[in-house]
Structure formats: C-alpha cells, structure tokens
Design a protein. Structure first.
Length: 239
C-alpha cells in the first residue's frame, strides 16, 4: 500500500525563512545555510548587479538580497523617480492649453448697479452670467460673472472682474439670481418655487423670468412696449 504524502504548501513555510542576523544567512529551523533543502523548491535564484546572490519566491512577490545592501532607501527612491521621469519624457502628456488672450479694452468697475425687478427690467449695471462659448476661448469654457454695460440685440457689452470689456450675444447671458432673490425676500416674498420639498423645484409663474436669457427679456420688451403719455386735454395742443 502506498503511503499518503501530504501536498506541498503553496507558499514558503515561515519556519524556513532566512535568519539574517547571522552571516551567512541561516534557516530558522534547519540551522544550516539558507536556502535549505526545504526552501529551495519555492525559490528562484538570481544575482544582483552588485554581485550578491538574490532569491525570488515563485508564488509570492518576496525577494531576498543575501549580501550587504547595495542601495539605500533614498537611492531606490531616486532611481524610481529617474525611471518615471524618463518614461514621461518618452511619453509626454500635455494638458490642453488655452490660446493667448487677444487684446480687450480695460475699464475700471462701473460705478452703477441695477437689480432687475421683473421681466424685461434689464439695464446697465445688472449682474449676469456669461455662458460657456460667449467669450473668447482664452477666458475658459466656464460660466463667468459679468456686469452689463450696454444692452442691444446683436451684441451686449459686459465687464468682467479682470477689468476687460467683451461683446457677447444676448442669448448667452443669464441673470445672476442672488441679488434678485435677496431683493424679493426683503420685499416680503415668501417663496419663489412651487410647493415644498428638496430643490430643485420649478419656479412660480411670476418668477420664471429669473431663468430667461437676455434675448427673452428683449423680446418681452418688444412685445409689451411702454405706453406713451397722452395729454389730458388734446384741444389745448392742437394748432
């Protein structure tokens, strides 16, 4: 009858790890020179560039350098940094760069300010947000806070906090809601949204104009022109 032979452990048994306190290294159990006969099947022998023997465990990323350490920790980190530097030099990856900003007129912050109080109530001094694509790419593809300095249909003029003045199409401009909401709260408005619950909530019909673009405000002005004052007694003004 054949005798049962238990399977060999998958990893190097801890009892046969090296004892580096002695020179040369010895096995913890066999007390002989390491690697012992039990440890050799688990190891792959090699040699460091400094000439010292090295051993790699076949089934686990463990490595033993049996000779004196040829590199300090600082040397290893410097070598790794140099390797990464060479890799980045061979495979450069540059972030997208913005083009050079063209010349724009500069102006101090306009001294006037205006808080819209209703649809179409847009005048110079109102704070706006410029949507992405409204400015030159040098100013980034983000929303930019600006102050309206001139209102017109094809182009509006706005002032940015970097003191530059830009011409932007009105459909790319929306109102800054914070001053409007603060003014509404001060005037006694209890709610700007429908119902109750977590935001976002749709605006009430009388506050939908907060989400309008300047194009919609201009169209509202054109649809509802201001009434002209008429004389009370027309006969007094006839020739």
């Amino acid at each position: 009858m054949a005798t049962y032979t238990p399977p060999r452990p998958f990893l190097l048994p801890d009892a046969h790890l090296p004892n580096s306190a002695s020179t040369p290294w010895t096995c913890r159990t066999c007390t002989g020179t390491w690697p012992c006969d039990t440890a050799e099947p688990y190891l792959t022998a090699g040699r460091c560039q400094c000439g010292s023997p090295t051993y790699w465990e076949k089934s686990k990323p463990r490595r033993w350098h049996t000779g004196p350490r040829c590199y300090s920790h600082a040397d290893q980190m410097a070598a790794l940094a140099e390797e990464l530097h060479q890799h980045h030099q061979a495979h450069p990856h540059y972030p997208p760069s913005r083009p050079a900003p063209p010349k724009r007129r500069r102006r101090q912050r306009p001294p006037y300010a205006h808080t819209p109080s209703g649809p179409g109530d847009i005048r110079p001094g109102a704070w706006l947000w410029v949507k992405p694509g409204g400015l030159h790419p040098a100013w980034g593809d983000i929303h930019r806070l600006a102050m309206l300095t001139y209102l017109d249909r094809p182009y509006c003029e706005v002032w940015l906090d970097d003191t530059t003045v830009h011409r932007v199409r009105p459909h790319l401009l929306i109102l800054e809601r914070t001053p409007v909401v603060n003014a509404a709260r001060a005037a006694g408005a209890t709610s700007l949204v429908c119902g109750s619950g977590p935001s976002p909530r749709p605006l009430l019909p009388q506050w939908r104009w907060l989400d309008w673009t300047l194009t919609e405000h201009i169209e509202h002005l054109d649809a509802d022109p201001e009434p002209q004052a008429e004389p009370v007694q027309k006969c007094l003004f006839t020739a």
